[in-house]
Design a protein around this ligand. Structure first.
Ligand code: PEP
Ligand code: MN
Length: 367
């Protein structure tokens, strides 16, 4: 998969007031007072770099609060003027883009439900043409990196270069502690395909409850994400949307104080040397593991030919059970995680079966 985006560095359009970069504000604008009170509490800390707020809310079921609509944009203008913070809203239609731009909104974002629909994204992209407003694209609801990439490409093709992605977790059938599974590997894959694309994390929509937010925020920073978007409300218990996951500005600021910013590249020569030494050890061990795996596959092929020539089945469950039990036992004795050991052995076994099947199916002459 290829990904060619032309993007400007995040620092050129959203410099962090302090590290880490945090965008915060209520899930939804409810009243002018609620927005202003929340915005002032966040702004006075000097730790928040932009104010987020939902004006149009995509709701899964009808009949719920669907956002205050365009009058919220006027309140947002006031919040911006009084706090000096740049403001961000979610857009889900071309019409939203036009209204937000007319109201001087500084940053737009595309929500997870919209990213999942290429028609919607294209409509937004068409409305953006000619503007250079920054746009952040949340991942789609479902774990499909192509939809996410497609949305980023559509927005970029419309001429938007102040572009960022936001990882907000993915819905999953599996019951878990999270509202949306983080599936960090998808964000990492996106970052690998396009290292210059800023990637932020939205711990609020991953967690679905405020208790888990510190853990996910720290993890996002440790994975070198470029910033956090976290929902805050002056009185979360009474919030009209996402009441369980919003934090008070005080709790949010306290949590940010306790986050550890780890360095990507250490400055101390002694630390660099020690890391280098340990990395060399890892390199050697990895080489050895790969070499041994290749040797194992060689023996597997010899067994494959032997089984073929003597009409013996490939899969012998009792033998596999015995191997697995012994190896898992050994792994546990060496303090390896049991499920890691199981996954690794399954992978090796699957490859062994694949190789033996290939040998079985070729037409070599029997003895
Ligand atoms: C939001 O940020 O308020 C929102 C609706 O998020 P998502 O699109 O990630 O569900
Ligand atoms: Mn929300």
């Amino acid at each position: 998969m290829k990904l060619n985006l032309t993007v400007q560095p995040l620092t050129t359009w959203l410099p962090a007031k302090q590290q880490p970069l945090v965008i915060s504000g209520p899930c939804s604008i409810e009243t002018e007072d609620q927005l202003l009170a929340t915005a002032h509490l966040l702004a006075k800390s000097g730790r928040i770099s932009a104010l987020r707020a939902g004006v149009w809310k995509p709701r899964t079921r009808p009949g719920e609060f669907e956002g205050i609509g365009s009058q919220g944009l006027q309140w947002l203008q006031r919040a911006k003027a009084e706090t000096g913070l740049p403001v961000a809203v979610e857009v889900a239609k071309g019409e939203h883009v036009e209204q937000a731009l007319a109201a001087g909104v500084d940053i737009l974002w595309i929500g997870a439900r919209s990213t999942a629909n290429p028609f919607t994204v294209q409509e937004i992209a068409d409305a953006l043409r000619g503007s250079d407003v920054p746009v952040m694209v949340k991942n789609p609801v479902n774990p499909d990196i192509s939809l996410w990439i497609g949305a980023l490409e559509r927005i970029n093709n419309a001429g938007i270069q102040k572009l960022a992605a936001i990882s907000r977790g993915f819905s999953s059938f599996e019951k878990s502690a999270f509202r949306n599974e983080p599936m960090w590997e998808i964000g990492i894959q996106l970052k690998t395909l396009c290292p210059e694309l800023p990637l932020l994390c939205d711990p609020s929509h991953i967690c679905g409850n405020r208790e888990l937010i510190p853990y996910i925020s720290q993890k996002a920073l440790d994975l070198e994400m470029n910033g956090l978007m976290i929902e805050a409300h002056m009185d979360p218990g009474t919030a009209w949307t996402d009441a369980k996951q919003q934090m008070t500005p005080d709790d949010l600021l306290d949590m940010i104080e306790h986050l550890t910013i780890r360095q990507e590249t250490p400055k101390d020569k002694k630390v660099i040397d020690r890391l280098e030494e340990l990395r060399k050890k890892i390199d050697k061990l990895d080489d050895l593991i790969i070499q041994k795996l290749a040797e194992r596959m060689d023996v597997v092929e010899q067994i494959g030919s032997y089984k073929r020539d003597h009409d013996i089945t490939i899969l012998q469950l009792s033998r596999w059970d015995e191997i697995r039990n012994k190896r898992v036992h050994f792994s546990k004795a060496l303090k390896l995680d049991e499920s890691f050991a199981n996954d690794f052995l399954d992978l090796v076994h699957a490859e062994s079966i694949r190789r033996q099947t290939a040998i079985m199916n070729n037409t070599a002459v029997k003895e």
